[in-house]
Ligand binder design. Structure first.
Ligand code: LLP
Length: 437
């Protein structure tokens, strides 16, 4: 499966339908739906731009991961950063998910949503002492430590608090993941993790420290990776670290955390074969009494979400056709920031005009503000509704108020019933917290 990153100029683009056979947003009677609910009806109720999540699809994906890895002792720690909306957290927490967090704020959300702290792992290169204290108070499963200095700080915070901090070292396996350079984290020059040799040293320090205890080993090599091979290469590296730790410090680590990063089908290419990955992982874990932790984010929520936006104007200039929509980089930054290719289609079949290559651009005053470039689309009329797929992960959560644009509403459709999961922001929200005299 090509990753497309090496041949950006030759990407397959559009049409959107048929990209993902198990689409969460099927077309019926000429109109796209979220399950049975018409997207047109949702827009009439909640306006545009609008994020819509298919809760049934989220649970289907959660169960798909669980089933693929079924024979193993597994914790699915949902990567909260992908979509931290409370409704999503409650849905996944209710299904038995734990959480992968990277900030005190994410921990606050996770606890608010009732997720068991004993299933929460805390990664990130820059945890503050305040965040460490908060996580210790909450009794999380483990800190995924990413440097020697962070380990020292955690030891001090834990000792001062009179508790023992459970630790896994995040290993940098020096595996190059086939994905965009901004979402690649497993190569030696990335800021994440420590080398296998340094990891062994850190485990020695943990074992000798009275306020630290070594519980597992962690790796995360990046995001939107469509091949099993780099994950398995990374797993080999961390299992070797676990063996060395046992020999070196006499400590038997309880879990291996393989991170997230499982790729989904989008407007560019297909998904990771999760069953092939699971088979490779199971073969490597055979005969070991290790719990497996996985940290999927996008794989659970990515294709379960869509961004709905309305066409404001059509503009032809400089040999191009611009479809100007009421959503742009402020609502979905992935196309402009990561070269993300989302499958985009019209909500209504009846809007179909002649198919052209168009640039779908937002209202933000930046030339880099686009949702798609050279995307094949039936040229829409002003007022038409556009559906941007695979927007359930890293969509709303990366939205901003740039250009003083209120952020959109989010709706969760679950069991055929839509619920407003977050209301649309108003102008008043934009100045909340600012001094105003
Ligand atoms: N675990 C750790 C430690 C991570 O840093 C991440 C993502 C995940 C798990 C989940 O990765 P996922 O399964 O969602 O691929 N904003 C970018 C993606 C950044 C990913 C950051 N870390 C994008 O829109 O493509």
């Amino acid at each position: 499966m090509g990753t497309g990153l090496l041949n950006i100029g030759q990407r397959r683009r559009g049409p959107a339908e048929g990209v993902s056979a198990d689409s969460a947003f099927p077309r019926r009677d000429g109109v796209l739906r979220c399950g049975e609910v018409s997207l047109e009806a949702l827009v009439q109720e909640y306006g545009t731009p609008l994020y819509v999540y298919n809760g049934d699809r989220i649970l289907e994906r959660f169960h798909a991961v669980r089933d693929a890895f079924a024979p193993l002792d597994l914790v699915i720690a949902y990567s909260v950063k992908a979509n931290p909306n409370l409704a999503v957290l409650r849905l996944l927490g209710g299904a038995g998910a734990g959480a992968d967090i990277v900030s005190g704020g994410e921990l606050y959300r996770v606890r608010h949503a009732g997720i068991d702290p004993e299933r929460v792992v805390f990664a990130g290169v820059g945890k503050t002492r305040d965040e460490m204290r908060y996580a210790l108070e909450q009794g999380i499963m483990a800190f995924h430590v990413e440097s020697a200095q962070e380990l020292v700080a955690l030891g001090e915070v834990a000792r001062d608090a009179g508790v023992t901090a459970p630790v896994a070292v995040r290993v940098n396996p020096d595996v190059r993941s086939p994905t965009h350079e901004f979402t690649r984290t497993g190569h030696a020059s990335a800021k994440f993790g420590v080398s296998p040799d340094e990891a062994v040293d850190l485990y020695r320090a943990i074992v000798e420290h009275t306020a630290l205890s070594a519980v597992g080993v962690n790796v995360h090599i990046g995001s939107q990776i469509r091949e099993p091979r780099p994950f398995l290469a990374a797993l080999d590296v961390v299992l070797e670290v676990a063996d060395r730790v046992l020999r070196d410090s006499g400590t038997d680590l309880r879990y291996v955390d393989l991170g997230g990063g499982f790729g989904i089908a989008d407007g560019e290419a297909g998904a990771l074969d999760i069953r092939a990955l699971a088979a490779g992982v199971a073969a490597r874990l055979e005969g070991r009494s290790l719990t497996l932790i996985l940290e999927p984010g996008r794989f659970l929520v990515g294709d379960a979400g869509a961004l709905l936006t309305r066409v404001l104007y059509l503009k032809r200039s400089g040999g191009k056709t611009f479809v100007i929509t009421d959503a742009g980089m402020t609502e979905l930054i992935r196309p402009s920031h990561y070269g993300g290719v989302h499958a985009i289609s019209l909500v209504h079949d009846s809007d179909k005009g002649s198919v052209e290559r168009v640039d779908i651009v937002g209202p933000v005053c930046e030339q880099g503000d686009f949702l798609a470039r050279d995307w094949r689309l039936p040229v829409p009329s002003p007022g038409a509704l556009i559906c941007v797929r695979q927007a359930g992960a890293y969509g709303f959560t990366m939205a901003s108020n740039y250009n003083s644009r209120p952020r959109p509403a989010e709706v969760l459709v679950h069991g055929g019933r839509p619920t407003l999961a977050r209301r649309r922001e108003e102008y008043g929200d934009l100045i909340r917290g600012e001094r105003d005299d």
